[in-house]
Design a protein around this ligand. Structure first.
Ligand code: ADP
Ligand code: MG
Length: 647
């Protein structure tokens, strides 16, 4: 003979939660065959629900053995128990336990979601069941729009959704009036007639009268167990096996997305505030990186504007900047030999000093540059009007000067041609012979057009009072190898000066250095942005924990009707990821907008690149997973019984 459908063997249940251990079920033994209609009767507190929860695999015995079709439930893992709740048992609760924000169809179809049934099939099946139960005109009503009896019928439809060969009803009529109660019992009777095994818990003898077998329980022990009516007990179990659909994860995913969206929309303000952290984080990554990139590009271009084939020989040994000022060995005599180094096209001295420039009664602080006649070629910086001074001017210590654009703008009236005028530098008069074109800012952000250029001879003698130079700038011949030229210069100067009192900067390294400085800044900005993302993530976690606490009962219901821990975990994780996903998208939009606004208002250059946007978005997504995991796991690990008991 095949084993009974359900068999309890000396099952006890002891609650240890509240201090004193409390044994609520005491060595209960009970066998139920397929197709029976059993009523379990007893006073309130006698242990009926506890027994029912064990039968329905929501709870496990503390001792004794419970087997289903001969299989000991103690040997089953969480997923196998969830599968039993989903496919074998159909729960009907005293207080219906419907989801208040889902309509009748959506409530009824939940067990099929966890089974992996396709949406269309699910809706059809749920509607059919609801129609059979007389709810054809209430399919899209929410629980709050239904009477108690109607709600209970929705919950019956839900219990039948996956076939429900064993219906477990814990005081199903307890919250209904007598008419509603009769209707529900009539339905159970009909289901029994169709082959379902029915187990009803009640303390009402009118209700127990429907059953064919009556089990009485008092103080955790079975006191009687008798057949009330005979003949009808051994029905063939109809196995209304609903077709198993392979694509379970897709259905659960789609449903999780829908539920997540629903919950987010339901708590709009809270969702928005939670997202704000993510939005600010992503937006700051996007905007700050764009601003950082723009600034970097600016600097690089300014350096490139000075000419990339330049070598600058500076006073002072490498890496000992403080001693630069006592080096006085850069002298005009060095120039011809530097010019003779292979690969050198031109070499000019450059000594910059702040000086007072005067025209009439107007003063202006400018940078006076003492240099050579090749300055315009070395720096690709041609005069706009007049001429640059010549080798002749240099040789003769001529008192001539070439002005920068800013100097002209600040000192000369608009209609006056500066060329041909005299200006005073210090106390010496100089004839203006030319005006250079505009160059803009240098890499440190100084206005290069606020300068005047003088022959280094004149400048040294009349203004600076020094014969030596600060720098010598060398332009390398096209095609020459910078490193070779640099080595040549190094060897030459070592020979001439007898010690390394100079250091040679080449533009490529200058760009690299500037690049690095800017990168450091950019990384700093990125770090700040990442910190705000993390803070946003903590906000998400916080809200998700609140959400789990708020929805504990919902989780309990879902588990009772077949959700695996994984399904619950997945649902909450989906919600967290969705918050971060939407927040990430909004953050990108805000970051683009913020970057563009900065560029429009402050006039800064912004350069958007794909990488920071993609990284920020990926970080937001990861934040959702990382910070959503803990709350989701908390939800998934809830004990269904405790969750169900929660108000
Ligand atoms: P019934 O459904 O017959 O009214 P229950 O099975 O719900 O009775 O409860 C039986 C006894 O177990 C009651 O005294 C109740 O207080 C106790 N009980 C139920 N659940 C718990 C629990 N989680 N922790 C401690 N005691 C519990
Ligand atoms: Mg009870």
């Amino acid at each position: 003979m095949s084993p009974p459908l359900l068999e309890l063997n000396a099952v006890s249940r002891t609650y240890t939660s509240g201090g004193e251990p409390l044994t609520v079920l005491k060595e209960v033994s009970l066998a139920i065959q397929s197709g029976e209609f059993v009523a379990i009767m007893g006073a309130s507190g006698s242990g009926k629900s506890t027994l029912m929860n064990i039968i329905g695999c929501l709870d496990r015995p503390s001792s004794g053995r419970y087997s289903i079709r001969g299989v000991d439930v103690a040997s089953l893992n969480g997923d196998a128990l969830a599968a039993l709740r989903r496919d074998t048992f159909g729960f009907i609760f005293q207080r219906y336990n419907l989801m208040s924000d889902l309509n009748a169809i959506e409530n009824a179809e939940i067990p099929a979601v966890y089974r992996g049934m396709e949406k269309a099939q699910r809706v059809t099946h749920a509607s059919d069941l609801l129609r059979e139960l007389g709810l054809g005109d209430r399919l899209e009503h929410q629980p709050s729009q239904l009477s108690g009896g109607q709600q209970q019928r929705v919950s019956i439809a839900r219990a039948l959704m996956n076939g429900g060969p064993v219906i477990l009803a814990d005081e199903p009529t307890g919250a209904l009036d007598s008419q509603g109660g009769k209707e529900v019992m009539a339905i159970l009777e009909k289901l029994h007639g169709q082959g379902h095994t029915i187990i009803v818990v009640t303390h009402d003898s009118d209700i127990s009268a429907y059953a064919h077998r009556l089990v009485r329980i008092a103080d955790g022990r079975i006191t009687s167990d008798e057949l009330q009516r005979k003949g009808e007990a051994a029905h063939q179990t109809q196995t209304a096996e609903v077709e198993k659909v392979a694509n379970q994860s897709a259905a659960v995913l789609a449903e999780s997305l829908k539920m997540a969206l629903r919950s987010l929309v339901h708590n709009r303000l809270r969702t928005l505030l939670t997202m704000l952290g993510i939005i600010i984080g992503v937006a700051s990554v996007v905007a700050l990186m764009a601003i950082g990139n723009g600034a970097k590009q600016d600097v690089v271009e300014r350096i490139q504007a000075m000419g990339t084939d330049l070598l600058t020989i500076m006073r002072g040994p490498p890496a000992v900047r403080a001693s630069a000022n006592i080096v006085t060995s850069f002298l005009p005599e060095d120039l011809p030999s530097i010019g003779g180094v292979p690969g050198v096209a031109m070499a000019i001295p450059e000594t910059n000093m702040s000086s007072l420039l005067r025209l009439g009664n107007q003063d202006l602080i400018v940078t006076a540059v003492g240099t050579g006649e090749h300055f315009p070629e070395v720096h690709d910086w041609p005069p706009q009007s007049g001429v640059f001074f010549s080798a002749e001017h240099v040789k003769r210590y001529s008192q001539v000067v070439v002005l920068g654009q800013t100097v002209v703008k600040n000192l000369f009236p608009q209609d006056m041609n500066p060329v041909g005028q005299y200006v005073l530098i210090g106390s010496a008069p100089f004839l203006v012979i030319g005006v250079l074109s505009s160059k803009g800012l240098d890499q440190r952000g100084n206005d290069m057009d606020n300068s005047v250029w003088l022959p280094y001879t004149t400048a040294g003698a009349r203004i600076f009072g020094q014969r030596f130079f600060n720098d010598i700038v060398v332009r390398v011949k096209p095609g020459a190898d910078m490193d070779v030229v640099q080595d040549g210069l190094h060897t030459l100067l070592m020979k001439r000066h007898g010690k390394e009192d100079f250091n040679i900067r080449n533009m490529a390294t200058t760009i690299e250095t500037a690049d690095e400085t800017q990168n450091t800044l950019t990384y700093l900005l990125a770090a700040i942005a990442v910190i705000s993302l993390v803070v946003g993530g903590i906000g998400v976690m916080n809200i998700m924990l609140v959400s789990v606490t708020e929805r504990t009962r919902e989780i309990g219901i879902r588990m009772a009707i077949g959700a695996r821990s994984f399904d619950v975990l997945f649902q909450f994780l989906t919600e967290a990821v969705m918050v971060c996903f939407i927040g990430g998208l909004a953050g990108i939009v805000a970051g683009l907008g913020g970057g563009l606004a900065t560029s429009a208002i402050a006039g800064w250059r912004v350069i958007f690149t794909v990488a920071p946007i993609a990284i920020a978005f990926a970080c937001a997504f990861l934040t959702g997973i990382v910070f959503g995991y803990l709350p989701a796991r908390k939800a998934a690990q809830l004990d269904p019984i405790e969750a169900l008991a929660r108000e």
